[in-house]
Design a protein around this ligand. Structure first.
Ligand SMILES: Nc1ncnc2c1ncn2[C@@H]1O[C@H](COP(=O)(O)OP(=O)(O)OP(=O)(O)O)[C@@H](O)[C@H]1O
Ligand SMILES: O=P(O)(O)OC[C@H]1O[C@H](OP(=O)(O)OP(=O)(O)O)[C@H](O)[C@@H]1O
Length: 231
């Protein structure tokens, strides 16, 4: 059985992902030319590399097209219901750090916690004639956090595919859920993170699709062990 590993083909995680595999003893080369979307590991016919974007990798792990992938925990948990039942987070790789956070306008002086936000949401319709709106591309994580963890039901999500932090100023949403790493985009847009508003502390992970045929597979065990040892 050939084991396929999905690696970022572009973007911020590309270099670090290949570097960690090389350190683990799996030097990756592209098949054909540099633009190829398939790769191999020197001397290992039992391992195949699929170069994909970080978000595609989480999808391919979900449908089992790849056995392993290197991608952000946020993308996996957003893309997959019951993520822990369907994938194993084998190792946290120490790069690609980003927090998924709830942020509100700085001028909301009385709103510092999710409980405060729950109060705002509860009488938002009475005050403004509509529900509190949240701009995000993280639908699943937002719903789990607001409804599941905090019992806040009165809100509406408006999908944002870019420049999410600009939504409150432009009037397309009241608050946001997005990732932040240095925090400078939030500051530039006069937004503050709620004290208990960190939904997820994400980083790049080695993720395995839970497949029955992995049980007892020596290559699968070797990859996990070697990557952990390389950290
Ligand atoms: N400052 C940051 N901005 C965006 N993503 C970041 C940042 N820091 C780390 N990440 C992580 O990088 C991953 C997204 O990477 P990238 O943008 O390369 O992938 P992608 O979403 O597949 O790309 P694209 O949107 O171009 O298809 C996420 O897991 C995210 O948490
Ligand atoms: O906390 P900071 O360090 O300011 O980073 C956070 C910002 O970086 C990302 O956008 P970016 O424009 O990098 O890329 P994207 O196209 O992946 O959203 C992200 O969507 C945030 O807007």
């Amino acid at each position: 059985m050939t084991i396929t590993i999905g690696l970022p083909s572009k973007g911020r995680m590309k270099e670090d992902s290949s570097a960690i595999l090389a350190r683990a003893g799996f030097p990756v080369t592209a098949v054909g030319n540099d633009r190829s979307y398939r790769g191999r590991v020197e001397g290992r016919d039992d391992i195949e590399i699929a170069f994909l974007s970080a978000s595609e990798i989480s999808r391919e792990i979900a449908n089992g097209t790849v056995d392993f992938g290197v991608t952000g925990e946020d993308l996996v948990r957003e893309g997959l219901a019951e993520a822990d039942a369907r994938v194993e987070f084998c190792a946290r790789l120490g790069f690609g750090h980003a927090d998924v956070v709830v942020a509100v306008p700085e001028i909301w002086l009385d709103v510092d916690t999710m409980a405060d936000l729950g109060d705002v949401a509860a009488d938002f319709r009475a005050r403004h004639g509509r529900r509190l709106t949240i701009a995000t591309k993280y639908w699943r994580l937002t719903q789990q956090f607001f409804s599941g963890n905090h019992g806040i039901q009165l809100y509406r999500i408006v999908e944002s595919l870019g420049a999410t932090e600009g939504a409150p100023a432009s009037g397309s949403a009241d608050i946001i859920v997005d990732i932040t790493s240095t925090g400078s985009t939030l500051v530039a847009n006069h937004l503050k993170i709620l004290n208990d508003g960190v939904i997820l502390r994400s980083e790049a992970c080695l993720v395995r699709a839970r497949k029955p045929e992995h049980t007892g597979n020596a290559t699968v065990a070797e990859i996990v062990e070697a990557v952990r040892a390389a950290l």
